[in-house]
Design a protein around this ligand. Structure first.
Ligand code: 5RP
Length: 217
């Protein structure tokens, strides 16, 4: 199976975690797009979705799924989203698609975060994938200098503006042996909107697509 087939497999497997007539949280990215396709084709009736990005909102609405504001829904039962990397403790790096802030908010509002990923995203230690930070534009250089002091190599994702009007720094070669501590440290930097580490609030379950089928971790 190629990677696209694995993404479709795990996107479809996530349907098992939905309750009919509920409001669900939906993440962003190519794996989530497969989930949205599967949901639209499944005939499963959900009441509505809270979306983590403008791109996801467009896909959901095109498929006839109502998108509602998180402020109207209160807590959500389940959030389905992908990841750029995950470790054995279900801690994640996210934000490759730049939607990390809304993703972190919807994850925080959800009882169960089901992360869908193919096996290529599994790592022993997080950090081979550069860590995305959403930053206030004014603070880009300041945050970059602070990240150098923490041992990373920041790269500005030029010509990219987040759905919230901010910029992204991708931090290479950061030591993420203790991702909880690093997330706390980065969260305290002035000008950082969101850090792409999901370690303080990891996924509750990983559905990992492999050649042999979908494994639940
Ligand atoms: C977007 C994300 C995505 O979940 C992550 O980038 C994985 O994307 P894909 O499923 O396309 O590999 O965090 O901000």
């Amino acid at each position: 199976m190629n990677q696209d087939e694995l993404k479709r497999l795990v996107g479809t497997a996530a349907l098992d975690y939905l309750k009919a007539d509920s409001v669900i949280g939906v993440g962003t990215g190519s794996t989530v797009n497969c989930f949205i396709d599967a949901l639209i084709n499944s005939g499963i009736r959900i009441e509505a979705a809270v979306s983590s990005s403008e791109a996801t909102t467009r896909l959901l609405e095109a498929g006839g799924i109502q998108v509602v504001d998180l402020n109207q829904t209160g807590g959500l039962d389940v959030y389905i989203d992908g990841a750029d990397e995950f470790d054995a403790h279900r801690r994640l790096i996210k934000g490759g698609g730049g939607a990390l802030t809304r993703e972190k908010i919807v994850a925080a509002a959800s009882k169960k975060f089901v992360c869908i990923a193919d096996q290529s995203k599994q790592v022993k230690v997080l950090g081979a994938f550069p860590l995305p930070l959403e930053v206030i534009p004014l603070a880009r250089s300041l945050v970059a200098r602070k990240m150098v002091a923490l041992g990373g190599q920041p790269e500005w994702r030029e010509n990219f503006i987040t759905d919230n009007g901010n910029w992204i720094l991708d931090i290479h070669n950061l030591d993420l042996v203790d991702p909880v501590k690093m997330e706390q440290t980065i969260n305290n930097l002035a000008g950082v909107v969101t850090c792409g580490l999901f370690a303080l609030r990891p996924a509750d379950m990983i559905l990992m697509a492999t050649e042999g089928g979908v494994r639940q971790l």
